[in-house]
Write a protein that binds this ligand. Structure first.
Ligand SMILES: [Zn+2]
Length: 88
């Protein structure tokens, strides 16, 4: 049985990046500083501090790709732009 995967929606890099809000910051993942970054996740500490983790374009795309492959593996539908939304 041949499984056709032509209907698979592959989003354009730019479409994925457009789902995030970008600002100059530091990337938590590759340690790049002063780069265009998007908020990836927020961490609340027990003492009430809030850390913001940001990731650069390259890392966001890699994380999106990982998320897509993971969803694929589990037969789930992948929705881009959900990184850091708290939904695994
Ligand atoms: Zn990065």
């Amino acid at each position: 049985m041949t499984q056709l995967r032509l209907q698979e929606t592959v989003m354009d890099r730019r479409e994925i990046l457009a789902l995030y809000e970008w600002a100059i910051g530091d990337c938590f993942r590759c340690a790049q500083t002063g780069a265009l970054t998007a908020r990836f996740c927020e961490l609340d500490t027990p003492i009430g501090d809030c850390y913001e983790l940001r990731a650069c374009e390259q890392c966001i795309l890699q994380l999106e790709e990982e998320g897509r492959r993971d969803a694929d593996k589990h037969g789930r539908e992948y929705q881009p732009g959900r990184l850091g939304s708290g939904e695994a």
